[in-house]
Design a protein around this ligand. Sequence first.
Ligand code: UT7
Length: 315
Amino acid sequence: MKILGTGSVLPKKIVTNEDLSKFLDTSDEWITTRTGIRQRHVISDEYIEDLGAEAALKALEMSGKSLEDIDLFICSNVVNEYITPSLACVISEKIGLKCSCFDINCACPGFLFALDIAETYYRAGRVKNVLIVCADEPTRMCDWSDRSTCVLFGDGAGAVVLGEGDNILATKTHSQPAVDKLWEKRVIEPTPYITKTETNVPLQMKGRDVFKFAVSASTTEVVDLLDSIGMKKDDVSYYVVHQANMRIIDAIKNFLNEPECKFPTNIADHGNSSSASCAILLDECNRKGLFKEGDILVFSAFGAGLLSAAAILRW
Ligand code: UT7
């Protein structure tokens, strides 16, 4: 497939590190040096489905495709106000889309899992044009008195429209199950028959373990995927890496021995917006005109599961 259009939307409320240090035992100095994050956009009176719908319409507008052209809509999301129907259905109704649609919950690498699914449908001859929306509000999952998690996240939505082409050169998804590294539990209504213990638990993360996994999975997958299609690091124009922590991005850059200019980032302004992260970064770079025709983009993302994924595409 080929990316025909991109779009993204952020909540209007901006929360700075200084704002957080007013109610948490933290500081701008700690957050900036340990994560590279200076501020994040946080959901307040908006609904994540509205951000997702707006991002979708922006991507559609850029793509030149109409709603009727879209054969499949994949929505990547971890949590939203509906348990059912899927967020994909909610967004479809909002924008008037009538094609087959479903949600995937693949945490932070969700955009790359969606890209992999879209390309697989396309290669099977079942679709021509696919809409992907990554809409996530991880700030709703955190315990806002837990300084080790809530300072890391921001919310937002990113979208792409994919059409006919041979620009997706390779995709790879990977799972290394380790639930205890990053998880959250919520309890639905009890039934008269529940005898087991169930409790709501906000987002829990073993930060150092996830950090190590992220660097190791990303570097291994990028090298292997490039190798699988006979490409070298010199062929790569840009690495679009999940914006989880600037130190993770720096470690990946150092392991790959690649220059900083190949790693566009927006983590300082947005924090970690889960699966929306890569899609938003892609849209922002695209709208700034960073990518030139023929550029090779390498994507890499990692998160809860533990899941990771990589993709290579020619712009
Ligand atoms: O989206 C994908 C999933 N997530 C990730 O990729 C995140 C991966 N992990 C990370 O980015 C980092 O591990 C963190 C940013 C979460 C933590 O950084 P760290 O350098 O690994 O710090 P740490 O957890 O080892 O904590 C060091 C110290 C601790 O204090 P003590 O025990 O040394 O006294 C923490 O309590 O920093 C303390 N700390 C804080 N201090 C001020 C933790 N959070 C904060 C905070 N402000 N916000």
